[in-house]
Design a protein around this ligand. Structure first.
Ligand code: F6R
Ligand code: MN
Length: 185
C-alpha cells in the first residue's frame, strides 16, 4: 500500500513510492544575494539549504504542492544565511509557510518594496499573499525547518530579487535580539 508520511516534529517527508523531490543549494549557488560576497572556494562548497517536496500533479492549475525547507545556521560576513527569495511566476499565487524547528525571520516584500518581517519558530503560521516576494533568514544556531504548501502551477521567479534584492538585510548583532535590520537597496 502507498504510504506518504509527514513527520510534523522534524518536517521530514517520506513516500513509499519515492516521489519526493530534493533541491540542494550551496553557499556558492546563493552567494549573489549577500552584500559582501567574499568567501573562500571551500566555504562556497558548503550546503546552505535543502528543500524536500511532494508534487504529485506538477504544474496543474488547481493542484497543490507541499514541501519543507531546511536552512542551515551561519552567516556570510555578518549576514545570516537566507534563501534566494522569489515571487511566483504566476504572480497571484499565494502560499502558506509554517515553522517546525529553529528560529528565523520571514521577509515579505510587496510590489512597492515595502517589507514586513514575521518571526518563524515552531508552530508559527504564515500566509504569503500573491505578488509578495518571500525569503527565509535563519537567525538561530540550529537548522531552521519550515513547511510550506502552495499551488503546483505557481513556479518561481528569481529575477527581480537577484537584481534588486530585498529592501532589508538581516545582520548579526551583539544586541539583545542577536540581529539587526538594515536597509537594503
Ligand atoms: C515555494 C517556496 C519554498 C522555497 C524554498 C527555497 O514556493 O516558497 O518551497 O522555494 O524555501 O527558497 P528559494 O526558492 O527562494 O530558494
Ligand atoms: Mn514560494
Amino acid at each position: 500500500m502507498h504510504s506518504l508520511i509527514y513527520d510534523f516534529s522534524t518536517g521530514i517527508l517520506e513516500d513509499s513510492e519515492k516521489k519526493i523531490g530534493l533541491i540542494k543549494r550551496t553557499i556558492a549557488d546563493t552567494i549573489d544575494i549577500y552584500e559582501n560576497k567574499d568567501v573562500t572556494t571551500e566555504k562556497g562548497k558548503e550546503l546552505a539549504y535543502f528543500v524536500q517536496s511532494h508534487d504529485p500533479q506538477p504544474n496543474i492549475e488547481g493542484a497543490l504542492q507541499f514541501g519543507t525547507s531546511n536552512l542551515l545556521p551561519g552567516d556570510i560576513n555578518g549576514e545570516f544565511y537566507m534563501t534566494k527569495g522569489h515571487t511566483h511566476e504566476i504572480e497571484n499565487r499565494a502560499e502558506y509557510y509554517f515553522g517546525i524547528k529553529g528560529n528565523g525571520l520571514l521577509l515579505l516584500m510587496d510590489e512597492n518594496r515595502n517589507t514586513k518581517i514575521e518571526e518563524v519558530h515552531s508552530n508559527s503560521l504564515h500566509y504569503i499573499e500573491g505578488y509578495v516576494a518571500h525569503r527565509l533568514v535563519n537567525i538561530g544556531d540550529t537548522t531552521l525547518v519550515v513547511g510550506a504548501c502552495w499551488n503546483a502551477d505557481a513556479g518561481h521567479n528569481y529575477d527581480a530579487i537577484s537584481e534588486d534584492g530585498f529592501s532589508v538585510r538581516i545582520m548579526k548583532s551583539d544586541n539583545e535580539l542577536g540581529y539587526e535590520i538594515r536597509r537594503g537597496k
